[in-house]
Design a protein around this ligand. Structure first.
Ligand code: IPD
Length: 263
């Protein structure tokens, strides 16, 4: 079996989970707890949607691993692990801003996450109805349209997106970084859902995105969208995307942006 054969399952589950999240939102939402910081919140819906996704995967793929934002990890015996953010953009969700997504990735996993290979990425925004998907070697897609990024931003500057992470001790450095990056930018966005930031880079709606402090469930699906759309995704110099830094951009722009971010 090719891992990409599991794409229809991932898409079905993302759509069902997104519908559940939207239904719970329409019934009203309460913040259940704050986690690492005041902005790092979880709602009952995050937990319920993750349990739903986990149960669906468990029923179909009982021996695969699972890594979810809300419920932690389960080991695999198949070499495949599902990396899931049930509601990426929880703050938007809680405030009724319609920019949140279910993010589901399947990775070929070994014990060392540094060697994981993203195989499938699905990002579904139930509010817009947009579903982005990618498989390794199979391209990135928005619905039935194949995505192909430009290598360089068109025109006079880049439309950039970023996020500020939840750790308040990193915020001063984030603002200094932003000041270094601004000269490259036409304008800046803070969309509030990393998976959508990455999907929008893949779709050419943003020229680039960077953020410090992301977890695998924030970037695994979106990173595959960007690389399969012909873009580049990385972290601190030469590294993989991760907690230290995640950068996504066209291949001709990536190094210039990375140099401004890291200088
Ligand atoms: C968060 C969002 C946000 C980003 C944070 C993420 P969550 O995910 O993607 O845009 O700035 O770093 O943790 O908590 O809403 O699933």
């Amino acid at each position: 079996m090719n891992v990409s054969d599991l794409l229809p399952l991932a898409i079905d589950i993302a759509r069902e989970a997104g519908a559940l999240a939207a239904r719970r939102r329409s019934e009203g939402v309460a913040i259940a707890a704050t986690k690492s910081a005041i902005a790092d919140i979880v709602t009952e819906a995050d937990r319920e949607v993750e349990s739903f996704i986990r149960a669906r995967l468990q029923a179909e793929r009982p021996d695969d691993g699972f890594l979810g934002e809300e419920s932690g990890a389960g080991a695999d015996t198949t070499g495949i692990t599902w990396v899931v953010d049930p509601i990426d953009g929880t703050v938007n969700y809680a405030y009724g801003i319609p920019s949140y997504a279910v993010s589901i990735a399947a990775v070929s996993a070994s014990a060392d996450p540094e060697t994981w290979v993203n195989e499938i990425g699905v990002v579904f925004n139930p509010m817009s109805g947009e579903l982005f998907h990618a498989t390794r070697g199979g391209g990135a897609w928005l619905g039935g349209t194949r995505l192909q990024m430009n290598s360089e931003p068109g025109g006079a500057g880049a439309l950039l997106a970023t996020g500020f992470g939840y750790d308040p001790t990193t915020h001063a450095a984030a603002l200094e970084r932003l000041a270094r990056v601004m000269p490259l930018a036409r304008d800046i966005r803070r969309i509030g859902a990393a998976s959508l930031d990455l999907a929008f880079v893949a779709a050419g709606r943003l020229d680039a995105y960077y953020e410090r402090g992301l977890h695998p469930w924030d970037h695994a699906a979106g990173a595959l969208l960007v690389s399969e759309a012909g873009g580049r995704v990385g972290g601190s110099p030469g590294g993989r995307p991760g907690r230290d830094m995640t950068i996504a951009a066209g291949s001709g722009f990536f190094d210039r942006l990375a140099a401004a971010i890291m200088s």
